[in-house]
Design a protein. Structure first.
Length: 273
């Protein structure tokens, strides 16, 4: 009964993968233990995936694909199963983000998720209330790090981010984690397709005071704007609204420190920690 409830509560994509895995395993005439042995996993690990007790990892899927000679049927699910690692309100945006031509974000409280280190992301997500279960927390951290593939993707995506000084001074995870995070931010800023700018506290009045948002340009040059707050999100597609926010973002960028000044600013903050 408990397994049935777990299966029914699992996301549809996870349930579908479990059903296909079981079908292929039975067609091959293998028990869960036998398939596990071929995959270098235990039979209980196979059972956990087939009953939706645990979602399959990328490594598990690759091993099952090879063991069952699935012709790409199982491996093709990786892209969709990865989405299940994200909160529901974020899944639509992350699909667009990973295929975007340009992603331009303005961040006020924390560093952009695309530029976060593992330790920073872990400490940030651990602060959530109500708290995440340990397994869910690790899954969310892994999902956030998966997004970083955009930075080195081909064709190259352009990534712009404007960070409020307050976000850089907030010591998420403590001093050591923050020093590493600021160093990583500087490394990211050296990439030819990444621009990092800082909005210093000394620039008291500026166009970004209404709050954070992300402007995204798709491969077919369609512009969208994404905003989120307290587990709710809005994806704006109306041309007039998108145009206004895109112009606001352009103004924010002109009011922030330039890219070279921003890197020097981050280096100075590192020296203060």
């Amino acid at each position: 009964m408990a397994q049935s409830k777990k299966k029914d509560s699992a996301p549809p994509t996870v349930q579908y993968f479990a059903a296909v895995l079981r079908l292929l395993r039975e067609r091959a005439g293998l028990t869960q233990d036998e398939l596990g042995a071929l995959m270098n996993y235990t039979g209980s690990a196979v059972s956990a995936v087939e009953t939706c007790a645990k979602p399959p990892t990328d490594e598990f899927i690759d091993a099952a694909e090879k063991a069952l000679d699935a012709g790409g049927l199982l491996r093709s699910a990786i892209k969709y199963l990865r989405l299940e690692r994200y909160p529901v309100y974020f899944q639509g945006f992350v699909q667009l983000e990973q295929e975007a031509a340009t992603v331009s974000s303005y961040c006020t409280q924390v560093i952009d998720g695309l530029l976060q280190t593992s330790d920073y992301a872990h400490a940030l997500l651990k602060s959530n209330y109500p708290p995440f279960e340990p397994e869910e927390l690790e899954q969310l951290v892994e999902a956030r790090l998966d997004r970083k593939a955009l930075l080195t993707r081909k064709p190259m995506a352009l990534v712009h981010t404007v960070l409020e000084e307050a976000a850089l001074r907030r010591e998420i995870g403590g001093t050591e984690v923050m020093v590493t995070q600021l160093g990583h931010l500087i490394e990211c800023a050296q990439l030819p397709n990444v621009t990092v700018q800082v909005m210093p506290l000394s620039h008291a009045e500026h166009a970004g005071l209404r709050g954070p948002f992300t402007v995204l340009e798709t491969a077919d040059q369609t512009a969208l704007v994404y905003m989120e707050s307290n587990g709710k999100s809005t994806l704006t597609t109306k041309p007039d609204e998108v145009g206004e926010l895109a112009r606001r973002y352009a103004m924010i960028r002109t009011q922030a420190l330039g890219p070279k000044e921003s890197v020097s600013f981050v280096e100075q903050l590192m020296g203060e920690l």
